[in-house]
Design a protein around this ligand. Sequence first.
Ligand code: ADP
Length: 261
Amino acid sequence: MSSLVVDIDSKVYGNGTCAISGLHITAKQGEFVAIVGPSGTGKTTLLNIIAGIDKQFIGNMKFGESNTNKNISFMFQDSRLLPWLSVQKNIEIVLDRHDRNSVEKQSRIAELLQKVGLEGIAKSYPNQLSGGMKRRVSMVRAFVNQPQLLLMDEPFQSLDAPTAFELRTMLLELWQETKCTVILVTHSLREALTMADRVVFLSNCPANVILDYDIELPRPRQLEDNTVTLLHTNLLMQYPQILSGSLFSDSLLDKETEQSE
Ligand code: ADP
């Protein structure tokens, strides 16, 4: 089982900023985990550590068995397509050199492009595509290597609502088909509640987990579902400061301080 176990005692940048302290997160194989936390708390730092891009931290990070091959894909806020390469070449860039011309991979690319509604655009260049189309290409690129782990950093930000809806639906279909483990960083609690199996709430910087919440709503779910709205409201009523990185409201903190004095 390729489960993910992240134990970060501390992550301190060269300038002395401590971005993460005492953070523990796990994800089971195929689980969809959303990470929500205030801006500047350490979410991108965490994704970089999970991706293995940043190894300068104290702690442990384990995904699956150490002797097996692991495919990890990343999707970012922007599509990160190279403007001088065609759609096809932008996707092939993440393949091993010897895989690029394989019949299997070529048909996988064609199949994925068709799944995201982009058949016939393989020869186009990024500047000929809309913002939503570019993100769909980056989604194809994320899935072409059959990832076991998909890391997403606000991938649906700054898209109009119908485009974001389409992309979320496509992403969920590809996730259910490939059964990869997903870690989605989002600032939208509603998006997290619509898409994920669990939401992990982070504290203010340095980041640690303040609440690990199982979403028990049945799928499929939509952003505007009453059940999602109700859960969203209840969570914010129970923890009014949670999106600011605290489990306690100021008044509760005041009471606690008064009692301890
Ligand atoms: P988030 O993704 O939650 O907005 P980040 O992980 O980008 O937060 O940043 C967490 C903290 O680490 C912030 O205080 C940020 O200023 C700091 N930080 C991020 N990258 C660097 C870096 N390369 N050097 C120094 N400090 C950094």
